[in-house]
Design a protein around this ligand. Structure first.
Ligand code: P5A
Length: 441
Protein backbone atom coordinates (compact mmCIF):
# COMPACT_ATOMS: atom_id res chain seq x y z
CA UNK A 1 0.00 0.00 0.00
CA UNK A 2 1.28 3.44 -0.94
CA UNK A 3 0.86 5.92 1.89
CA UNK A 4 0.04 8.65 -0.65
CA UNK A 5 -3.10 6.65 -1.56
CA UNK A 6 -3.94 5.34 1.88
CA UNK A 7 -6.45 6.86 4.29
CA UNK A 8 -4.40 7.47 7.43
CA UNK A 9 -5.70 10.56 9.25
CA UNK A 10 -2.87 10.99 11.78
CA UNK A 11 -3.50 13.52 14.58
CA UNK A 12 -0.58 15.75 15.50
CA UNK A 13 -1.92 16.71 18.92
CA UNK A 14 -2.95 14.48 21.79
CA UNK A 15 -6.76 14.33 21.82
CA UNK A 16 -7.98 15.74 25.13
CA UNK A 17 -10.79 13.22 25.63
CA UNK A 18 -8.42 10.24 25.71
CA UNK A 19 -7.60 9.23 29.29
CA UNK A 20 -5.55 6.12 28.61
CA UNK A 21 -2.66 5.47 26.29
CA UNK A 22 -4.41 3.00 23.96
CA UNK A 23 -7.29 5.39 23.30
CA UNK A 24 -4.86 8.25 22.70
CA UNK A 25 -2.70 6.22 20.34
CA UNK A 26 -5.63 4.74 18.42
CA UNK A 27 -6.97 8.23 17.74
CA UNK A 28 -3.56 9.68 16.95
CA UNK A 29 -2.66 6.82 14.61
CA UNK A 30 -5.88 7.30 12.65
CA UNK A 31 -7.34 3.92 13.62
CA UNK A 32 -10.64 5.18 15.02
CA UNK A 33 -13.19 7.93 14.77
CA UNK A 34 -15.65 8.43 17.60
CA UNK A 35 -19.25 8.73 16.37
CA UNK A 36 -21.18 9.04 19.64
CA UNK A 37 -20.63 8.13 23.29
CA UNK A 38 -19.10 4.64 23.23
CA UNK A 39 -19.47 4.22 19.47
CA UNK A 40 -16.63 4.22 16.97
CA UNK A 41 -15.89 3.83 13.29
CA UNK A 42 -12.87 1.72 12.48
CA UNK A 43 -10.66 3.44 9.91
CA UNK A 44 -8.42 1.42 7.56
CA UNK A 45 -5.41 1.00 9.87
CA UNK A 46 -7.65 -0.01 12.78
CA UNK A 47 -9.77 -2.29 10.62
CA UNK A 48 -6.69 -4.18 9.48
CA UNK A 49 -5.69 -4.91 13.08
CA UNK A 50 -9.24 -5.85 14.06
CA UNK A 51 -9.38 -8.29 11.13
CA UNK A 52 -6.08 -9.90 12.15
CA UNK A 53 -7.27 -10.29 15.72
CA UNK A 54 -10.49 -11.90 14.47
CA UNK A 55 -8.54 -14.21 12.14
CA UNK A 56 -6.49 -15.57 15.06
CA UNK A 57 -9.63 -16.02 17.16
CA UNK A 58 -11.32 -17.84 14.28
CA UNK A 59 -8.39 -20.19 13.69
CA UNK A 60 -8.25 -21.18 17.34
CA UNK A 61 -12.02 -21.57 17.67
CA UNK A 62 -12.05 -23.82 14.60
CA UNK A 63 -9.04 -25.77 15.84
CA UNK A 64 -10.86 -26.53 19.10
CA UNK A 65 -13.85 -27.90 17.18
CA UNK A 66 -16.28 -24.95 17.19
CA UNK A 67 -18.28 -24.02 14.07
CA UNK A 68 -18.75 -20.47 12.85
CA UNK A 69 -22.23 -19.10 12.19
CA UNK A 70 -23.60 -15.55 12.01
CA UNK A 71 -26.67 -14.45 13.93
CA UNK A 72 -28.48 -11.11 13.54
CA UNK A 73 -27.77 -8.09 15.74
CA UNK A 74 -31.48 -7.29 16.19
CA UNK A 75 -33.41 -9.87 18.18
CA UNK A 76 -37.03 -10.45 19.03
CA UNK A 77 -38.01 -9.70 22.66
CA UNK A 78 -40.13 -12.89 22.63
CA UNK A 79 -37.04 -15.09 22.91
CA UNK A 80 -35.83 -13.17 25.93
CA UNK A 81 -39.24 -13.45 27.56
CA UNK A 82 -38.92 -17.22 27.28
CA UNK A 83 -35.65 -17.23 29.22
CA UNK A 84 -36.87 -14.62 31.69
CA UNK A 85 -34.02 -12.23 30.91
CA UNK A 86 -36.08 -9.57 29.10
CA UNK A 87 -37.04 -7.87 32.36
CA UNK A 88 -33.93 -8.88 34.29
CA UNK A 89 -31.42 -7.33 31.87
CA UNK A 90 -32.45 -3.78 32.73
CA UNK A 91 -31.25 -0.54 31.23
CA UNK A 92 -28.13 -1.95 29.60
CA UNK A 93 -30.35 -3.43 26.91
CA UNK A 94 -31.23 -1.21 23.97
CA UNK A 95 -34.91 -1.85 23.31
CA UNK A 96 -36.71 -0.92 20.10
CA UNK A 97 -39.95 -1.50 18.24
CA UNK A 98 -40.50 -2.30 14.57
CA UNK A 99 -43.29 -0.77 12.41
CA UNK A 100 -45.75 -3.37 13.72
CA UNK A 101 -44.91 -2.27 17.26
CA UNK A 102 -43.26 -5.58 17.98
CA UNK A 103 -40.68 -5.39 20.76
CA UNK A 104 -37.14 -5.92 19.53
CA UNK A 105 -33.70 -5.38 21.01
CA UNK A 106 -30.14 -4.90 19.84
CA UNK A 107 -28.40 -8.04 21.11
CA UNK A 108 -26.11 -7.59 24.12
CA UNK A 109 -25.36 -11.36 23.88
CA UNK A 110 -26.93 -14.39 22.12
CA UNK A 111 -27.65 -17.24 24.57
CA UNK A 112 -31.38 -17.19 23.74
CA UNK A 113 -31.00 -16.98 19.98
CA UNK A 114 -28.47 -19.78 19.73
CA UNK A 115 -30.65 -21.95 22.00
CA UNK A 116 -33.49 -21.31 19.55
CA UNK A 117 -31.29 -22.52 16.66
CA UNK A 118 -30.33 -25.59 18.64
CA UNK A 119 -33.85 -26.60 19.61
CA UNK A 120 -35.03 -26.27 16.00
CA UNK A 121 -32.45 -28.68 14.62
CA UNK A 122 -30.85 -30.96 17.21
CA UNK A 123 -32.85 -33.80 18.69
CA UNK A 124 -30.39 -36.54 19.65
CA UNK A 125 -27.35 -36.91 21.89
CA UNK A 126 -25.62 -38.40 18.86
CA UNK A 127 -25.29 -34.88 17.42
CA UNK A 128 -23.36 -33.73 20.49
CA UNK A 129 -21.01 -32.21 21.47
CA UNK A 130 -21.79 -29.06 19.52
CA UNK A 131 -20.21 -25.62 19.77
CA UNK A 132 -21.44 -22.73 17.61
CA UNK A 133 -19.79 -19.33 17.58
CA UNK A 134 -20.02 -16.05 15.75
CA UNK A 135 -18.20 -12.74 15.65
CA UNK A 136 -20.82 -10.03 15.72
CA UNK A 137 -21.47 -6.50 17.00
CA UNK A 138 -23.15 -6.14 20.36
CA UNK A 139 -24.74 -3.17 22.07
CA UNK A 140 -24.77 -2.58 25.80
CA UNK A 141 -25.93 0.75 27.08
CA UNK A 142 -23.05 0.96 29.58
CA UNK A 143 -23.49 3.54 32.36
CA UNK A 144 -19.94 4.76 31.83
CA UNK A 145 -18.61 4.04 28.37
CA UNK A 146 -14.97 5.08 28.53
CA UNK A 147 -11.43 4.47 27.40
CA UNK A 148 -12.39 4.31 23.72
CA UNK A 149 -13.04 0.79 22.46
CA UNK A 150 -11.98 -0.65 25.81
CA UNK A 151 -15.44 -0.09 27.28
CA UNK A 152 -17.73 1.04 24.50
CA UNK A 153 -21.46 0.70 23.98
CA UNK A 154 -21.22 -0.90 20.55
CA UNK A 155 -18.42 -3.45 20.46
CA UNK A 156 -17.40 -6.60 18.64
CA UNK A 157 -17.67 -9.92 20.45
CA UNK A 158 -16.72 -13.45 19.59
CA UNK A 159 -19.33 -15.48 21.40
CA UNK A 160 -19.35 -19.27 21.39
CA UNK A 161 -22.02 -21.55 22.84
CA UNK A 162 -21.58 -25.21 23.77
CA UNK A 163 -24.26 -27.90 24.03
CA UNK A 164 -23.73 -31.24 25.76
CA UNK A 165 -25.78 -34.07 27.13
CA UNK A 166 -24.55 -33.78 30.72
CA UNK A 167 -22.23 -31.93 33.07
CA UNK A 168 -19.26 -34.14 32.22
CA UNK A 169 -19.56 -33.29 28.54
CA UNK A 170 -20.14 -29.62 29.29
CA UNK A 171 -17.03 -29.52 31.49
CA UNK A 172 -14.96 -31.00 28.65
CA UNK A 173 -16.38 -28.33 26.29
CA UNK A 174 -15.53 -25.63 28.85
CA UNK A 175 -12.00 -26.97 29.09
CA UNK A 176 -11.52 -26.96 25.31
CA UNK A 177 -12.51 -23.30 25.15
CA UNK A 178 -10.25 -22.54 28.12
CA UNK A 179 -7.26 -24.01 26.28
CA UNK A 180 -8.26 -22.37 22.97
CA UNK A 181 -8.24 -19.03 24.83
CA UNK A 182 -4.74 -19.60 26.21
CA UNK A 183 -3.53 -20.17 22.65
CA UNK A 184 -5.49 -17.27 21.19
CA UNK A 185 -4.09 -14.62 23.53
CA UNK A 186 -0.55 -16.01 23.35
CA UNK A 187 -0.64 -15.68 19.56
CA UNK A 188 -1.42 -11.98 19.99
CA UNK A 189 1.65 -11.52 22.17
CA UNK A 190 -0.39 -11.28 25.37
CA UNK A 191 -0.03 -12.96 28.73
CA UNK A 192 -3.61 -13.64 29.74
CA UNK A 193 -4.24 -15.13 33.17
CA UNK A 194 -7.46 -17.09 33.82
CA UNK A 195 -9.11 -16.02 37.06
CA UNK A 196 -12.21 -17.34 38.82
CA UNK A 197 -14.96 -14.82 38.24
CA UNK A 198 -18.51 -13.75 39.04
CA UNK A 199 -21.14 -14.72 36.46
CA UNK A 200 -23.42 -11.64 36.58
CA UNK A 201 -26.34 -11.50 34.12
CA UNK A 202 -25.10 -14.50 32.07
CA UNK A 203 -25.60 -16.82 35.06
CA UNK A 204 -24.20 -20.18 36.15
CA UNK A 205 -21.73 -21.27 38.79
CA UNK A 206 -18.44 -21.82 36.98
CA UNK A 207 -16.68 -18.99 35.25
CA UNK A 208 -13.22 -17.65 34.40
CA UNK A 209 -12.16 -14.26 33.22
CA UNK A 210 -9.02 -14.01 31.10
CA UNK A 211 -7.12 -10.99 32.31
CA UNK A 212 -4.10 -9.22 30.88
CA UNK A 213 -2.08 -7.18 33.33
CA UNK A 214 -1.97 -3.43 32.66
CA UNK A 215 -1.77 -0.39 34.91
CA UNK A 216 -4.84 1.10 33.26
CA UNK A 217 -6.95 -2.03 33.77
CA UNK A 218 -10.38 -1.58 35.31
CA UNK A 219 -10.16 -4.55 37.67
CA UNK A 220 -7.89 -5.05 40.66
CA UNK A 221 -6.42 -8.56 40.41
CA UNK A 222 -4.38 -10.84 42.65
CA UNK A 223 -2.32 -13.72 41.33
CA UNK A 224 0.67 -15.92 41.83
CA UNK A 225 3.67 -14.73 39.83
CA UNK A 226 4.19 -18.29 38.55
CA UNK A 227 1.46 -17.65 35.97
CA UNK A 228 3.87 -15.48 34.05
CA UNK A 229 6.06 -18.51 33.30
CA UNK A 230 3.47 -21.24 32.69
CA UNK A 231 3.88 -22.84 29.24
CA UNK A 232 1.07 -22.17 26.77
CA UNK A 233 -0.11 -25.29 24.89
CA UNK A 234 1.29 -25.51 21.36
CA UNK A 235 -0.20 -26.06 17.93
CA UNK A 236 0.00 -29.83 18.36
CA UNK A 237 -2.58 -29.73 21.18
CA UNK A 238 -5.09 -32.54 20.66
CA UNK A 239 -8.52 -31.11 21.38
CA UNK A 240 -10.12 -34.54 21.12
CA UNK A 241 -8.17 -35.79 24.13
CA UNK A 242 -10.36 -34.76 27.09
CA UNK A 243 -7.89 -35.98 29.69
CA UNK A 244 -4.97 -34.04 28.21
CA UNK A 245 -7.06 -30.88 27.89
CA UNK A 246 -8.28 -31.26 31.46
CA UNK A 247 -4.65 -31.62 32.58
CA UNK A 248 -3.75 -28.29 30.95
CA UNK A 249 -6.70 -26.60 32.66
CA UNK A 250 -5.64 -28.07 36.01
CA UNK A 251 -2.14 -26.68 35.54
CA UNK A 252 -3.57 -23.25 34.67
CA UNK A 253 -6.01 -23.10 37.57
CA UNK A 254 -3.83 -24.39 40.41
CA UNK A 255 -1.82 -21.29 41.37
CA UNK A 256 -3.87 -18.56 43.05
CA UNK A 257 -5.57 -16.02 40.77
CA UNK A 258 -8.68 -13.96 41.46
CA UNK A 259 -10.27 -10.67 40.59
CA UNK A 260 -11.35 -8.25 43.31
CA UNK A 261 -14.88 -9.73 43.50
CA UNK A 262 -13.66 -13.26 44.17
CA UNK A 263 -10.53 -12.40 46.18
CA UNK A 264 -9.97 -14.53 49.28
CA UNK A 265 -7.49 -13.07 51.77
CA UNK A 266 -7.01 -16.44 53.47
CA UNK A 267 -5.91 -18.13 50.24
CA UNK A 268 -3.80 -15.13 49.26
CA UNK A 269 -1.83 -15.38 52.51
CA UNK A 270 -0.81 -18.90 51.53
CA UNK A 271 1.00 -17.62 48.41
CA UNK A 272 4.68 -16.98 49.17
CA UNK A 273 5.17 -13.25 49.78
CA UNK A 274 7.62 -12.77 46.92
CA UNK A 275 5.25 -14.60 44.55
CA UNK A 276 2.26 -12.34 45.22
CA UNK A 277 1.35 -10.13 42.32
CA UNK A 278 -1.33 -7.54 43.12
CA UNK A 279 -1.95 -5.55 39.97
CA UNK A 280 -4.58 -4.16 37.67
CA UNK A 281 -5.96 -6.02 34.70
CA UNK A 282 -8.09 -5.86 31.57
CA UNK A 283 -10.70 -8.58 31.00
CA UNK A 284 -10.27 -9.73 27.40
CA UNK A 285 -12.26 -12.95 27.64
CA UNK A 286 -14.87 -14.50 29.88
CA UNK A 287 -16.18 -18.08 29.87
CA UNK A 288 -19.24 -19.50 31.63
CA UNK A 289 -20.82 -22.83 32.41
CA UNK A 290 -24.50 -22.43 33.25
CA UNK A 291 -25.97 -25.88 32.67
CA UNK A 292 -29.72 -25.79 31.98
CA UNK A 293 -30.33 -22.10 32.65
CA UNK A 294 -31.55 -21.51 29.06
CA UNK A 295 -32.18 -25.03 27.74
CA UNK A 296 -34.73 -25.84 30.47
CA UNK A 297 -37.12 -22.86 30.07
CA UNK A 298 -36.64 -22.78 26.30
CA UNK A 299 -37.12 -26.52 25.79
CA UNK A 300 -33.75 -27.33 24.21
CA UNK A 301 -33.83 -31.08 24.76
CA UNK A 302 -32.21 -34.12 23.21
CA UNK A 303 -33.01 -37.79 23.39
CA UNK A 304 -30.31 -39.45 25.52
CA UNK A 305 -28.87 -42.99 25.21
CA UNK A 306 -31.36 -43.93 27.97
CA UNK A 307 -34.27 -43.10 25.64
CA UNK A 308 -35.29 -40.14 27.80
CA UNK A 309 -35.32 -36.41 27.00
CA UNK A 310 -32.63 -34.26 28.61
CA UNK A 311 -32.37 -30.48 28.69
CA UNK A 312 -28.85 -29.91 27.37
CA UNK A 313 -26.01 -28.60 29.50
CA UNK A 314 -24.62 -25.36 28.12
CA UNK A 315 -21.83 -22.84 28.41
CA UNK A 316 -20.95 -19.58 26.68
CA UNK A 317 -17.56 -18.14 25.89
CA UNK A 318 -16.81 -14.52 25.04
CA UNK A 319 -13.84 -12.60 23.71
CA UNK A 320 -13.87 -8.88 22.91
CA UNK A 321 -11.85 -8.37 19.69
CA UNK A 322 -12.39 -4.59 19.70
CA UNK A 323 -11.30 -4.36 23.35
CA UNK A 324 -8.35 -6.63 22.53
CA UNK A 325 -6.96 -4.18 19.99
CA UNK A 326 -6.79 -1.57 22.77
CA UNK A 327 -5.47 -4.16 25.22
CA UNK A 328 -2.61 -5.10 22.90
CA UNK A 329 -1.62 -1.43 22.70
CA UNK A 330 -1.76 -1.05 26.49
CA UNK A 331 0.62 -4.00 26.72
CA UNK A 332 2.91 -2.93 23.87
CA UNK A 333 3.84 0.71 23.27
CA UNK A 334 6.49 3.27 24.17
CA UNK A 335 6.65 7.07 24.31
CA UNK A 336 6.77 7.25 20.50
CA UNK A 337 3.75 5.13 19.74
CA UNK A 338 2.39 1.64 19.22
CA UNK A 339 4.59 -1.48 18.93
CA UNK A 340 2.51 -4.15 17.15
CA UNK A 341 3.33 -7.80 17.63
CA UNK A 342 3.85 -9.09 14.09
CA UNK A 343 0.84 -11.42 14.28
CA UNK A 344 -1.62 -8.52 14.46
CA UNK A 345 0.34 -5.69 12.80
CA UNK A 346 -1.66 -3.78 10.17
CA UNK A 347 1.35 -4.07 7.82
CA UNK A 348 4.63 -5.94 8.37
CA UNK A 349 6.91 -3.17 7.21
CA UNK A 350 7.09 0.59 6.75
CA UNK A 351 9.21 1.36 3.70
CA UNK A 352 10.45 4.92 4.17
CA UNK A 353 11.64 6.86 1.17
CA UNK A 354 13.64 9.70 2.74
CA UNK A 355 13.81 11.66 -0.49
CA UNK A 356 10.75 11.04 -2.60
CA UNK A 357 11.31 12.57 -6.03
CA UNK A 358 14.97 11.56 -6.11
CA UNK A 359 15.37 9.09 -8.97
CA UNK A 360 17.77 6.77 -7.18
CA UNK A 361 15.68 6.63 -3.97
CA UNK A 362 12.41 6.22 -5.88
CA UNK A 363 13.93 3.48 -8.05
CA UNK A 364 15.21 1.40 -5.15
CA UNK A 365 11.99 1.88 -3.14
CA UNK A 366 9.86 0.77 -6.08
CA UNK A 367 12.05 -2.29 -6.54
CA UNK A 368 11.89 -3.24 -2.84
CA UNK A 369 8.16 -2.53 -2.70
CA UNK A 370 7.53 -4.89 -5.62
CA UNK A 371 9.85 -7.63 -4.33
CA UNK A 372 8.45 -7.60 -0.81
CA UNK A 373 4.89 -7.68 -2.12
CA UNK A 374 5.68 -10.72 -4.24
CA UNK A 375 7.29 -12.40 -1.21
CA UNK A 376 4.03 -11.99 0.73
CA UNK A 377 5.30 -9.20 2.97
CA UNK A 378 2.68 -6.54 3.62
CA UNK A 379 4.32 -3.15 3.08
CA UNK A 380 3.16 0.39 3.76
CA UNK A 381 5.33 2.46 1.43
CA UNK A 382 5.80 6.06 2.57
CA UNK A 383 6.14 7.67 -0.85
CA UNK A 384 4.86 11.06 0.34
CA UNK A 385 6.88 14.27 0.10
CA UNK A 386 6.85 14.86 3.86
CA UNK A 387 10.16 15.61 5.63
CA UNK A 388 12.14 12.56 6.76
CA UNK A 389 11.65 13.50 10.44
CA UNK A 390 7.87 13.48 10.02
CA UNK A 391 8.03 10.11 8.26
CA UNK A 392 10.04 8.55 11.09
CA UNK A 393 7.58 9.91 13.67
CA UNK A 394 4.62 8.50 11.73
CA UNK A 395 6.31 5.11 11.36
CA UNK A 396 7.04 4.96 15.09
CA UNK A 397 3.51 6.08 15.95
CA UNK A 398 1.75 3.45 13.86
CA UNK A 399 4.16 0.83 15.17
CA UNK A 400 4.79 -1.53 12.24
CA UNK A 401 7.34 -4.19 13.30
CA UNK A 402 10.05 -3.06 10.82
CA UNK A 403 11.07 0.13 9.12
CA UNK A 404 13.19 0.01 5.98
CA UNK A 405 14.84 3.33 5.48
CA UNK A 406 16.04 4.30 2.03
CA UNK A 407 18.08 7.52 1.79
CA UNK A 408 20.33 9.03 -0.91
CA UNK A 409 23.62 8.28 0.89
CA UNK A 410 22.67 4.67 1.52
CA UNK A 411 21.47 4.15 -2.02
CA UNK A 412 24.80 5.45 -3.35
CA UNK A 413 26.64 3.01 -1.07
CA UNK A 414 24.32 0.11 -1.99
CA UNK A 415 22.77 -0.02 1.47
CA UNK A 416 19.45 0.38 3.26
CA UNK A 417 18.73 0.51 6.95
CA UNK A 418 16.35 -1.81 8.79
CA UNK A 419 15.00 -0.67 12.13
CA UNK A 420 13.30 -3.05 14.50
CA UNK A 421 10.46 -1.03 16.07
CA UNK A 422 10.33 -3.10 19.28
CA UNK A 423 14.03 -3.09 20.15
CA UNK A 424 15.10 0.06 18.30
CA UNK A 425 18.00 -1.94 16.78
CA UNK A 426 19.23 -0.71 13.43
CA UNK A 427 21.06 -2.75 10.88
CA UNK A 428 22.57 -1.75 7.56
CA UNK A 429 22.05 -4.35 4.85
CA UNK A 430 22.25 -4.64 1.10
CA UNK A 431 18.93 -4.28 -0.73
CA UNK A 432 19.25 -7.88 -1.90
CA UNK A 433 19.17 -9.26 1.62
CA UNK A 434 16.15 -7.31 2.87
CA UNK A 435 13.59 -10.07 2.29
CA UNK A 436 15.72 -12.80 3.87
CA UNK A 437 16.33 -10.50 6.82
CA UNK A 438 12.62 -9.91 7.40
CA UNK A 439 11.68 -13.52 6.81
CA UNK A 440 13.79 -14.91 9.61
CA UNK A 441 12.84 -12.24 12.10
C1 P5A B 1 -20.05 -14.96 26.90
C2 P5A B 1 -20.31 -14.97 25.44
C3 P5A B 1 -20.85 -12.70 27.71
O1 P5A B 1 -21.56 -11.85 27.23
N1 P5A B 1 -22.25 -14.32 26.58
C4 P5A B 1 -21.76 -14.70 25.27
C5 P5A B 1 -21.18 -14.19 27.52
N2 P5A B 1 -19.75 -12.45 28.43
S1 P5A B 1 -19.18 -11.00 28.81
O2 P5A B 1 -18.15 -11.19 29.77
O3 P5A B 1 -20.24 -10.14 29.21
O4 P5A B 1 -18.57 -10.38 27.50
C6 P5A B 1 -17.59 -11.13 26.78
C7 P5A B 1 -16.40 -10.26 26.40
O5 P5A B 1 -16.83 -9.14 25.63
C8 P5A B 1 -16.00 -8.02 25.86
N3 P5A B 1 -16.82 -6.88 26.30
C9 P5A B 1 -16.64 -5.61 25.89
N4 P5A B 1 -15.76 -5.06 25.03
C10 P5A B 1 -15.82 -3.73 24.81
N5 P5A B 1 -16.73 -2.92 25.40
C11 P5A B 1 -17.65 -3.43 26.27
N6 P5A B 1 -18.53 -2.62 26.83
C12 P5A B 1 -17.62 -4.83 26.55
N7 P5A B 1 -18.35 -5.65 27.34
C13 P5A B 1 -17.86 -6.90 27.18
C14 P5A B 1 -15.00 -8.42 26.94
O6 P5A B 1 -13.80 -8.84 26.33
C15 P5A B 1 -15.70 -9.62 27.59
O7 P5A B 1 -14.77 -10.52 28.16
Amino acid sequence: MRLSRFFLPILKENPREAEIVSHRLMLRAGMLKQQAAGSFSWLPLGKRVLDKVCAIIREEQNRSGAHEILMPTIQSADLWMESGRYEAYGKEMLRLQDRHERDMLYGPTNEEMVTDIFRAHVKSYKDLPLNLYHIQWKFRDEVRPRFGVMRSREFLMKDAYSFDLDFEGAKAAYNRMFVAYLRTFERMGLKAIPMRAETGPIGGDLSHEFIILAETGESAVFCDRHYLELPVPGEETDFSDDAAISGIVAQWTTPYAATDDMHDEGEWEKVGESDRLAARGIEVGHIFHFGQKYSEPMGAKVLGPDGKEHAVSMGSYGIGPSRLVAGIIEASHDENGIIWPRSVAPFDVALINMKAGDDACDGLCERLYGEMGRAGIDVLYDDTDQRAGGKFATADLIGLPYQIIVGPRGVAAGEVEIKNRATGERETVSPDSVIARLGVA
